[in-house]
Design a protein around this ligand. Sequence first.
Ligand code: CP
Length: 302
Amino acid sequence: MKNRSLVSIEDYSKDEILRILELSKHFEKNPNQKILDGKVIASLFFEPSTRTRLSFESAVSKLGGSIIGFSEAGSSSVSKGESLKDTILTVSKYSDLIVMRHPLEGAAKYASEVSRVPIVNAGDGANQHPTQTLLDLYSIKKTQGTLSDLNIFLVGDLKYGRTVHSLLMALSNFNPVFNFIAHPKLRIPIEYKLYLDELGIKYYEHTEFTDIISRADIIYMTRLQRERFSDPVEYEKTKNVYVLRNEMLENTKDNLRILHPLPRVNEINEDVDSNPKAYYFEQAENGVYARQAIISSILGLS
Ligand code: CP
């Protein structure tokens, strides 16, 4: 992992994923260690973010490092027409590692090819969100005691949801059974189904989930990615189709946990928040520890 960019979750082997999870546990127990003293992390967000950007900033601050960057492209020289290449070449002169979110699929890979320092992909369009996946896996392991042989329900925008794409690839190391619940227009793309077919991973597609929810170990709800719809009418037709309500959780397994990468719009009713099976805000907290683990291992400090 040392000095390597994290562009896709496939950049990490199963053993490397497990190492990040062990390190996340270590940082959860000891979050304040000044191992990044003198290190500068650049945080370049060309798309809005609350959790990813702020949990990276929190992770760096707790480890004694400095953070520089921007939270919108409009406040950088990109607004004057500067290219992504020139931006990355410049910022890599000022920093030891660059965390970048960008609306275009492939932008993180391109940045990693021109950068002089490692790039961490904080989300590239509808493609990948590998650091979210590592905190999701940490959350699943913490709540289930294992990552293996789980019945995983992925619900909502499976077409544009980058968190889902990264998560299913990573979980494929651990013999899951997937249940994909989506509107026909937002089904999981064919390339991910072919990926699972090749690995012999079982999956089932549904348009309803009320009747099958009792089988789930993890329900991973997702927001419709309105910003990725080219047709606003299509968004209006598909929004609010899947809303999880507290009463739906009555006959579910004791170990079931509800995850959501957040932000939510309407897909989890607020009456779920007080149910002990709701785990999405703890999941967001786990992002700090997972990102401490990612940064420190890439910089060769743990
Ligand atoms: N989960 C996630 O990526 O949230 P933000 O968009 O707030 O960073």
